[in-house]
Structures are given as C-alpha cells and as structure tokens.
Design a protein around this ligand. Sequence first.
Ligand SMILES: Nc1ncnc2c1ncn2[C@@H]1O[C@H](COP(=O)(O)OP(=O)(O)OP(=O)(O)O)[C@@H](O)[C@H]1O
Ligand SMILES: [Mg+2]
Length: 247
Amino acid sequence: MKIRTTPKLNKNLDRPHERGITTDKTPEGVTEYTLKNIPLPSYFTEKYARLQQFTPIQQKCLQAGLLEHKSLLACAPTASGKTLIATMAICNTLGTGKAIYLVPLKALGNDKLREYRRLLDGTDYSVTLSTGDMDSASLHLAKSDLLILTTEKLDSLLRHRLPWLAEIKTVIIDEIHLLNDASRGPTLEIILTLLKTLIKPQLIGLSATIGNPQELAQWLEADLVMDSWRPVELQKGIHCAGETVFY
Ligand SMILES: Nc1ncnc2c1ncn2[C@@H]1O[C@H](COP(=O)(O)OP(=O)(O)OP(=O)(O)O)[C@@H](O)[C@H]1O
Ligand SMILES: [Mg+2]
C-alpha cells in the first residue's frame, strides 16, 4: 500500500468537496451527538464531562458508525481530537471483546498506558502495555481487555496464533500513514492484512498526513471520514530581519 505524505495533504483536507467528500455540515435529520445522548458507559461520560461538544471529526466519526463497529479511516489536522475517537471506539468495545491500540513508538505507548489507566481506573477493565518480543507478559495479555502494543509486538503475537486473538474486536492504528515508513511500514501492512483476513475486527485508522486517503480507506476496507477543522488557525508567513509578514 503506497501512501502519499506530500504537502498535497492540506490542500486535500482544506477542499474535501473536490474529492467528492462532503464534510462541512451534519446532514439533515442526523442526530448531533453530545455527552448526554452518546450510548457509552458512565465512566466515559463522567471522565469527559468537561467537554462542551465533540470536535467536527469526532462528530463525523460518530455519525459514520464508530459505535456500530464500522471500520473508519479518520483524517483530520493535528490536535483536532483524534485520540478521543479511538477512546470512544475502545469504550464501546470493552465488555464485548478486546481492544488493541497500536502505537508506532514505545515512548508513545507509555503515554497511552497512563491515559487509559486513568480512564479505566475503578472499572472492571484492565489495560496492559507490551512492546517487547514474545515473553511472559503475553500470558498477562490474555487476561487484559485493552492492549497497547507496538506493531512488532502484535506481529509476534499473530504469528504465535494464540487462541485469545479471536477476542479482538477493535484495533486502533494511530499514525496510520506510517505504512509508508521504510522500517515500520512493511510490518504494519502485513499485520493489517492478517487482521482483515483472519480476525476481521473493527479497524480505526487515525492520521493527519495522508495524500491519498481514499486509496488507503479502500485498502483498509474502511469508510473515509475527513475534516479540515483545526483548533488553531494555520498561517503562512515569512520571517526575515526580525519581521514576520503573513500572506
Ligand atoms: N471534544 C473536545 N473538546 C475539547 N477539547 C478536546 C476535545 N477532544 C479532544 N480535545 C483535546 O484536544 C487536544 C488534542 O487532541 P488529540 O491529541 O486527540 O489530537 P490529534 O488529532 O490526535 O492530534 P495529532 O494528529 O497531533 O496526534 C487534547 O488536549 C484533547 O484533550
Ligand atoms: Mg494523535
């Protein structure tokens, strides 16, 4: 799977209608999701009660079937709230099966572990981070509900054909554009192919930087959800001799 990570990205995201994707308005008759009406457990709604509303990409993913187990590829600018999309899919799955959060780097795994430990503290669900090769921790994984794994770890687990792999219901692929990465990409591509053919979980791909999102969504067998909203406006300018000129 070839991913383009060219500057074309922002052009595409800023003018999604040119790609035949309508992303700017909630279609008429579609319920706007809020923290009050969202069908997720109270540990989720209580934890995020401070949020006034969902960001545009979150709202669109909800309306595209995030909580109905649909596979989605969510493309939106940096800091647009893609992590919460993953969290909602995870909370929707816990109790019915296992969820996996695939992280591209070990360091990111520790952040996610802290974040999800805080969320699941006080619930019956457990979260485990595993980044090494096949080891004793793998027994622990069988009992965990949410697994935070590196691509290499999931690759190793899939090759050992462990019986509990069939319990995987949702897989989050953060920074999915890394399919293009010379060292990590091939392993990720094999993992996704194995998941699609053997286990068929809900796949949620998250990315800010893809030049050919429709092609990737098709390969992933996922619906494409795009939005161009960003919390801070991006301005272009030139800084020269102590002066900045925006254009
Ligand atoms: N609905 C919301 N309302 C207000 N703040 C939100 C909402 N959703 C997420 N945030 C906050 O926005 C910030 C950025 O979110 P997040 O890290 O998920 O961005 P991202 O889209 O994953 O960005 P990146 O592409 O850089 O990884 C976080 O601090 C998060 O808590
Ligand atoms: Mg992110």
